[in-house]
Write a protein that binds this ligand. Structure first.
Ligand code: CP3
Length: 358
């Protein structure tokens, strides 16, 4: 991994071009994904089939010159492995058969065999590491405790998260019990991912941004901090660097200083924040990832994509005294299914050529 452009950028070392990968880079916008997915019944079946999930992980890297792979799975396999029956319903999204509705439901969650039950994920990681080029890092991930708790308490995606907030405002001690249990499970899960070979880990806190600042600190950030502190001090092969941790709180742009204080090596940005201002505020405390509105890639023409991508690249470089290092280009959230793969290819090349032309 000595020559990984992504890792070198995260460590603020000199790099030839800005590295780029995309959240949801494997998925429905790719015809080869849709074809493979048709043949395997449910989405969960695909996640649990290491051979097919490995193929899906590698699909975007066969098409585009991406600087990292992200293992193909879903954040909700963790509550499923804790005993909650889960289905992904076509055009609707994830649904738990029974949501968490009582203190007994929390007690019933079983984390004793979490690593064994998620063994298929570690198989995917081992397979991918065999297939990937030596300098292409593999990103492992988990949902944040708070984001997983939201899905477990609501039973599905939600508009205003009232079940979650009912627990939070009326029974905070019970929500803390659930978050504690999830934190233990996630530490076991991410440790096993690192042992299986991932080079980077990312925590998806997709719903931390629905909270007040005080509640964000109490119910999300504190647990993210515990996870980062508990991860093994594993080093990437051939370097003396610790495995980097990416923390992405969607809607968390106003709390960047707080996120940078919990040991996050990289902070994920959605598209609502100015990356130049974020860089000026944080300096070298953390690398930055993200920032392009996924909608531009989905509905913008090449000119619109170019303008906004260059705006981000230039804003970062200017705020970083003319250096591109410390930036990982990405979207501010996952690629939308209606995205044209040709536009993705265009964007990858544009990002790679930026440093040659400026
Ligand atoms: O990024 C990647 O390429 C790796 C794979 C990945 C998936 N989900 C595959 C997926 C990752 C990293 C995730 C994370 C995830 N899953 C998050 C956090 C990031 C975010 O989007 O905020 C969340 C909240 C989920 C939960 C989830 N999974 C939802 C709400 C849905 C339904 C919405 C949708 O896009 O369909 C999923 C399904 C899902 N996860 C799909 C994929 C490729 C689509 C399923 C299909 O093929 O039918």
């Amino acid at each position: 991994m000595n020559n990984s452009i992504l890792l070198n950028s995260i460590y603020h070392k000199p790099i030839p071009h800005t590295p780029v990968w995309f959240m949801r880079q494997a998925g429905r916008y790719l015809p080869e994904y849709r074809k493979l997915r048709e043949g395997c019944g449910s989405f969960l079946n695909l996640c649990k089939n290491p051979e097919l999930a490995t193929q899906v992980t590698l699909q975007p890297l066969q098409r585009f010159s991406l600087d990292a792979a992200i293992m193909f799975s879903d954040i909700l396999v963790v509550p499923e492995a804790m005993g909650m029956e889960l289905n992904f319903i076509e055009n609707e999204g994830p649904k738990f058969t029974h949501k968490i509705g009582s203190p007994q439901d929390i007690i019933n969650l079983d984390i004793s065999e979490i690593a064994q039950r998620l063994n298929y994920v570690f198989e995917i990681i081992k397979n991918c590491k065999k297939e990937l080029k030596p300098d292409t890092p593999l990103i492992g991930f988990s949902g944040s405790p708070f984001t997983l708790a939201c899905y477990m308490l609501e039973g599905s995606s939600s508009k205003n998260y009232l079940h979650t907030k009912q627990w939070m405002y009326n029974h905070p001690e019970l929500l803390h019990q659930l978050l504690d249990k999830l934190t233990q499970a996630i530490i076991i899960y991410l440790t096993a991912q690192i042992n299986a070979g991932v080079d980077v880990v990312m925590l998806f806190d997709s719903w931390g941004g629905i909270l007040t600042e005080q509640a964000y600190i109490e119910f999300s950030l504190t647990y993210l901090h515990k996870i980062i502190a508990a991860l093994p001090k594993a080093k990437t092969p051939n370097t003396q660097q610790l495995i980097p941790k990416i923390v992405f709180t969607k809607g968390g742009g106003i709390w960047l200083d707080k996120i940078s204080n919990i040991g996050a090596d990289v902070i994920g940005l959605d598209w609502t924040i100015n990356i130049g201002q974020a860089k000026s505020m944080l300096g070298q405390k953390a690398a930055l990832q993200g920032n392009l509105d996924p909608a531009i890639l989905a509905v913008g023409d090449k000119n619109a994509i170019r303008q906004d991508a260059l705006r981000i690249l230039n804003a970062y470089k200017t705020a970083n005294n003319g250096s591109i290092s410390g930036h990982v280009f990405n979207l501010g959230h996952g690629i939308l299914p209606v995205t044209n793969p040709d536009h993705v290819a265009y964007l990858v090349d544009l990002v790679h050529e930026f440093n040659l032309t400026t």
